[in-house]
Design a protein around this ligand. Structure first.
Ligand SMILES: [Ca+2]
Ligand SMILES: [Ca+2]
Ligand SMILES: [Ca+2]
Ligand SMILES: [Ca+2]
Length: 201
């Protein structure tokens, strides 16, 4: 019976363990990285040398050496659609806004799908999305108002749809923009009433 030499066994063990170690060290760099074991980045048989497209993209990002883009950056991948299924990597892995940082908990931990598998998609990639405008709550500048264009004229972080002063960047007060004109109209009516009362006197 053939028995492999100690050297062969050692090389095989090192090769396997290095793959496993690499996998374990990268899991924390991807939102919900442990959900699909190694098949988030690797093929369905779990072969460490077999990368799916997301795995290839991730590997490229890991190995990036130029200074302009920090290496190991999820932010460079979240808005890409590696497998071409119509959902971004972030939508599939529960971080559609790219808020995840290594080791943190993803914004969404349910309804996660594989970003490197065309037939795997999330049922609600924008969720949770309280106003159903296809901008998830975490990155919606007006989470209670339908404003899919996210217009923010004064760039103060509050969308025009819910900015009490949509053209005044100095006013960071939030609230429905409709409350501004309404409040103004009510104030005008009060002033007219006050003037009328004084004239009668
Ligand atoms: Ca996708
Ligand atoms: Ca929304
Ligand atoms: Ca909205
Ligand atoms: Ca604004």
């Amino acid at each position: 019976m053939y028995l492999p030499s100690r050297r062969v066994v050692t090389v095989f063990a090192l090769a396997f363990s290095s793959g496993a170690l690499a996998h374990n060290s990268y899991v924390a760099d991807v939102p919900n990285g442990g959900d699909f074991s190694c098949t988030t980045c690797h093929g369905p048989d779990g072969n460490y040398s077999d990368f799916n497209q997301f795995g290839d993209d991730f590997k490229t990002e890991m190995n990036r050496s130029d200074d302009s883009t920090p290496a190991r950056s999820w932010q460079a991948l979240f808005d890409e659609d590696s497998d071409g299924d119509g959902q971004t990597n972030g939508q599939e892995l529960g971080d559609p806004c790219g808020l995840f940082s290594s080791g943190s908990t993803a914004a969404r931990t349910t309804d996660v799908s594989r970003p490197g598998e065309l037939t795997s998609t999330s049922a609600d990639p924008f969720g949770p999305d309280g106003d159903a405008d296809e901008i998830c709550d975490w990155c919606d500048n007006c989470p209670d108002d339908v404003n899919s264009l996210q217009q923010d004229t004064d760039a103060d972080g509050f969308g025009d749809a819910c900015d009490a002063a949509p053209t005044d960047p100095g006013c960071t007060c939030s609230g429905s923009s409709s409350s501004g004109p309404l409040a103004g109209a009510l104030l005008s009516l009060a002033l007219v009433g006050l003037v009328a009362v004084r004239r009668r006197r």
